[in-house]
Design a protein around this ligand. Sequence first.
Ligand SMILES: [Zn+2]
Length: 320
Amino acid sequence: MMRGGIDLGGTKIQVVVIDDDHQVHGQVRHPTPVEGGPQAVAEEMVAAVREAAEQAGVEPGSLKGIGVGSPGEIDEATGTVAEVGNVAGGWQQAFALGPALSHALGTDVRVDNDVRVGAQAEVQLGAGRDFQSMLAVWWGTGVGGSVVLDRTTWLGRDAAGEIGHTVIQHLGGRRCPCGRRGCLEAYSGRSAMENEARRRHRDGEKTKLFKLMRKHDKDRLTSGIWKRALDRDDALARSLLDEAVDALGAGIASAINLLDLEAVILGGGLGTKFGEPFARRIEQAMVPHLFVEDRRPQVRVAELGDLGGAIGASLLVDGH
Ligand SMILES: [Zn+2]
């Protein structure tokens, strides 16, 4: 019996069709439409699922179900999604994404938070499989998180895990995309780092970041652009990434002091792009802030790579 998983991102829609042993039989990636609103995004998702199902040799309607990992504000009960930033030229109003996909594809669709499902894939099938308790840190455009206690995701009242809005600078902190000041994400999120890079560049600091961005035909500083700038020893990129690592160290260590978790799983666009060397740097940056220094948590990089989000979404289908 096959099931589907969709990872809806700001730049790409990744789909997998997968069997009960979690073997991937179809995988398709489409760019996320930049205009046309949520309707256009839903149509693109439907087309991508049809292709992936064809690769796997099944009809979309015969899938046991489809899970979707989505950014924005999600109502899991109705499959409605609102307030998705940076997608399709505007997606603020609630859109019934789950029902739209279900109607077009003829099978059940469940929608949940993208970070939560990506983390769940790592917990069940990836870097977190050996641990009872862990914090997943999704370091990308923002800094998302998920707390797992006794192998169960702690949802709180549905908003748990927001490690990115841990306050690491409580006086005079940098402005966070959430509107508050001094959050971890204000120092470590890719979007906040880009704002800071633009500001410092305007103020006269030299950097190759924006030249690299144009050369590679991007309209924002992607994880790959940050990596390239760092590989060329760009001073501004290095300085901003040093600050990002320090902030992650402080924020994650505070969470560990509170919850005494066994492990930290580092994922997300920047987390996977920078991988093992940065996991070790973040681990070191945690040390001065850890209350129990001689029993540190393990810091592991997410293992499932680019398909992790879609595989995690497929786990939303009943029975997984
Ligand atoms: Zn914030």
